[in-house]
Design a protein around this ligand. Structure first.
Ligand code: BDR
Ligand code: CA
Length: 308
């Protein structure tokens, strides 16, 4: 199996992504590191532990990383979508983590996993890129041990925070720029343009909920997110953003990518956080532009269903 670190800010779609990884024998989930994002860091950390406990994977180490972005502090959160507790009001219904977070923190834990792994490790960040930017800055010597970085974030079209910027990019544009423009590690970007094309409809959620107690609980976690989508977009179909990226980490090549250099707008104006292809503007990243979206949704459902 591919050694995998998921860096996350749970987050409802993060929870689906964690369950997906836990259910997939193609990957060996070595650590889950957490970052501020949808809700503040203490909550994303606690939520990561709870989701792993729900998945029956409480032994996977959790370590907390950045509580704030690299340069410009900001108050942006996504509670409207993910609920005040980050898990649609269901966080306290989930089992408590068995162990406390690893006191060494995210950067040290990621570095240790990289050093100890005989195989190249995939890192799947599904939140702001702050921790990954710090890892690359503190431990450039470990870059060759990272097989690939598969990030859910950015958008080539419209954003979901501003007209230009997607949430994870907008939370820490400087970190995103650092990660997307380094040449040491192959990066795959799974942008909003594609993840919005993978909406889970009521039948999908019903099938998830009917699959067993874990699926049932995850479907409950999704309820608030569904209501927010219905209010905003007028339809009951939720984007499983982070799960799409984690599926690509599990099954390399499941998404169709195009190579292009991408820069991130870091000025404080209206374009802040925009992810912009700039021909000749740095190393190529693989941007996921297309997939058999029905097959992606069916695969996520089938896998998470294995957890019962
Ligand atoms: C991204 O923003 C977060 O709210 C989601 O968890 C996902 O990672 C989508 O723009
Ligand atoms: Ca996320």
């Amino acid at each position: 199996p591919i050694p995998l670190i998921i860096d996350t800010d749970p987050g409802v779609d993060d929870a689906v992504a964690l369950m997906l990884a836990a259910a997939s024998p193609e990957v060996d989930l070595r650590a889950v590191t957490t970052v501020f994002g949808n809700v503040p860091l203490p909550m994303t950390t606690r939520n990561a532990g709870r989701v792993l406990a729900l998945a029956g994977r409480a032994a996977v180490p959790v370590a907390a990383g950045a509580a704030r972005p690299l340069v410009h502090d900001r108050a942006l959160r996504a509670e409207e979508w993910h609920g005040g507790d980050g898990l649609g009001g269901r966080a306290s219904a989930l089992p408590d983590p068995i162990a406390a977070p690893d006191p060494r923190g995210a950067i040290v834990v990621m570095a240790a996993v990289l050093r100890e792994s005989a195989e190249p490790v995939t890192i799947a960040p599904i939140g702001p890129l702050t921790n990954v930017a710090l890892l690359l800055a503190v431990h450039p010597e470990l870059a060759p041990r990272i097989g690939r970085i598969v990030w859910m974030g950015g958008s080539l079209g419209a954003g979901n925070v501003t007209g230009a910027a997607e949430f994870n990019a907008h939370c820490d544009p400087e970190a995103a720029h650092r990660v997307l423009t380094q040449a040491d590690v192959p990066v795959t970007v799974v942008p909003l343009d594609l993840t919005l094309r993978c909406p889970a409809d009521p039948q999908w959620v019903a099938a998830l909920g009917a699959g067993g107690p874990r699926g049932h609980e995850l479907a409950q976690v999704l309820a608030h997110y569904r209501a927010a989508y219905l209010t905003h977009y007028g339809r009951d179909a939720v984007a499983l953003h982070d799960a799409v990226a984690v599926l690509e980490a599990i099954r390399p090549g499941v998404l169709r990518t195009e190579a292009m250099p991408v820069q991130v707008a870091c000025d404080l104006g209206p374009a802040r956080g925009a992810t912009v292809p700039v021909p000749g503007g740095g190393p190529d990243v693989a941007v996921a532009l297309d997939a058999d979206v029905d097959a992606v949704l069916a695969d996520v459902l089938e896998r998470v269903g294995r957890l019962g």
